[in-house]
Design a binder for this molecule. Structure first.
Ligand SMILES: Cc1cc2nc3c(=O)[nH]c(=O)nc-3n(C[C@H](O)[C@H](O)[C@H](O)COP(=O)(O)OP(=O)(O)OC[C@H]3O[C@@H](n4cnc5c(N)ncnc54)[C@H](O)[C@@H]3O)c2cc1C
Length: 432
């Protein structure tokens, strides 16, 4: 169950803040007029007449920034309860990404609006440096051109510095003479969130590996399936991973790189003894993977994560749509127990990419509840909801895994056919 969708996540954060601010301001007995200050665009403020609105609005922006980033650091801990709230790590990282951008816009708004006390305070330049660093951090993290140019492992190392930039911002908040410090509820909330954010970052950056012991597996079999696709079978060296069909985990292959961790869906079913993953070469790490690993190589597995499951809608007939390597969760799910009909459409660019065609056809022949249709996009164009020719589409459940464009197009068309979002489940294959 996905509790926190972004449609409700942001209003909750904004709403909680406003409630605290309103209560505090209602009971505030101090003086709003004491700030004789400069603003960036609104000139000098000598607000002797009453409410210093610049100060209030500017500080509301900053308190949002503190909490939005604090939640982002909490998300980065990959804690199970946080993942559960967001309905899967992939969904959570999507919100994490958007929150970062929103936080930076709020930060700029704070900088523009908030009055600057005329007296020197070392917290002021510190806040300015934090602003510049956070701005650079979010631009590098979120702007597509940087994401394309910078390899993931370098990008993630830089991204981890966000915690340092954030801490500088929080120290600035402690040092400057702020209204928040005079508001009891808002003060406790904002500074507690700041502490939670910093602690979450410290935990993820320095303690995560200590508390999350990875499971040791070894490579048992390497199959080069052609088309730059490699299937690996992994055998547990001591404890096995406890997972559900459709979930994924993070894999480290020390023989390739001791520190790099990549997410791959587990394509074997939990009742099978060994783990299987299928890797498509999509970048420097995964390219030509079959030639990078050897039998008996160590593999460290952290997980499981994800909520992609056919279990949500067992009572309904299901339509599964996979694009390319997005077939991997379905390879596990076909071995799950289901009592209603399932039709799997696998969209590939050409037949040579359909490396699991034969086993899927074999299962379809022996299981009357499972139908398999291979969709060759080169010959038939991109699949549409009309091509699925489903009777009463709104009565079915849909599981989609594949390229972003496929997911977005199919979801949009399904909604036009009257299918509710709650009957559509998808899996993101990218975190940044
Ligand atoms: C939930 C999930 C399940 C996935 N399951 C599969 C699967 O079953 N089979 C498969 O072939 N691929 C799967 N992927 C994609 C796979 O993780 C990436 O293709 C792989 O990590 C690319 O690494 P690269 O260095 O070769 O490519 P790059 O060119 O460096 O990266 C391509 C993109 O992959 C993502 N990526 C790269 N490295 C990482 C990393 N360490 N952690 C997170 N994301 C990264 C980034 O979005 C990056 O932009 C899955 C991804 C996710 C998020």
């Amino acid at each position: 169950m996905r509790i926190l969708k972004q449609e409700i996540y942001f209003p909750i954060i904004v709403g909680i803040h406003l409630i605290f601010w309103c209560i505090d301001l209602y009971f505030f007995s101090g003086n709003f007029t004491e700030v004789d200050s400069d603003t960036m665009f609104f000139g000098r403020l000598q607000n002797a007449s009453g409410l210093n609105s610049h100060r209030i609005i500017g500080e509301i922006f900053s308190s949002w920034v503190v909490t939005v980033f604090a939640f982002n650091f909490l998300m980065a801990t990959r804690a199970k309860w946080v993942e559960n709230l967001f309905g899967g790590l992939d969904k959570m990282y999507l919100i994490h990404k958007r929150s970062g951008v929103i936080a930076v816009i709020l930060l700029l708004a704070h900088f523009i609006v908030v009055p600057r006390a005329i007296d020197f305070n070392p917290g002021k330049p510190l806040g300015f440096y934090a602003l510049i660093l956070i701005l650079i951090g979010v631009i590098v993290s979120a702007v597509p051109v940087f994401k394309k140019k910078i390899p993931y492992h370098k990008w993630i190392n830089f991204h981890k510095l966000m915690g340092v930039f954030y801490t500088l911002g929080v120290i600035h908040g402690f040092m400057v003479d702020s209204l928040i410090k005079q508001l009891p509820i808002t003060r406790i909330y904002v500074f507690s969130m700041a502490m939670i954010g910093i602690l979450a970052w410290v935990y993820k950056a320095f303690l995560f590996d200590l508390f999350n012991k990875k499971l040791n597996y070894a490579v048992k079999q390497v199959k080069n399936l052609g088309n730059n696709i490699t299937e690996l079978e992994l055998v547990a060296q001591n404890k096995s991973l406890n997972f559900k069909a459709g979930q994924f985990a993070f894999f480290t292959f020390p023989s390739i790189n001791k520190r790099e961790q990549h997410p791959f869906t587990i394509s074997s079913h939990p009742h099978q003894k060994n783990l299987k993953i299928t890797i498509k070469g999509l970048g420097d790490y995964t390219d030509n993977f079959a030639n990078k690993v050897n039998i008996n190589d160590d593999v460290f597995v952290e997980g499981p994560y994800g909520k992609f499951s056919s279990g949500y809608s067992k009572e309904k007939e299901q339509v599964w749509i996979a694009g390319g390597i997005g077939i991997t969760p379905f390879l596990a799910l076909i071995n799950d127990y289901y009592t209603n009909k399932v039709v799997l459409y696998w969209c590939v660019n050409n037949e040579s990419e359909a490396v699991y065609k034969t086993p899927l056809e074999t299962i379809a022949k022996s299981n009357p509840l499972f139908e398999f249709i291979l969709w060759n996009s080169e010959k038939r164009g991109h699949i549409t909801v009309d091509d699925l020719s489903i009777r009463d589409p709104e009565k079915r459940a849909y599981l989609i895994c594949g390229p972003k464009a496929l997911k977005e197009n199919i979801t949009k068309q399904l909604k036009q056919e009257g299918v509710k979002q709650s009957s559509i489940y998808d899996e993101e294959f990218t975190f940044r």
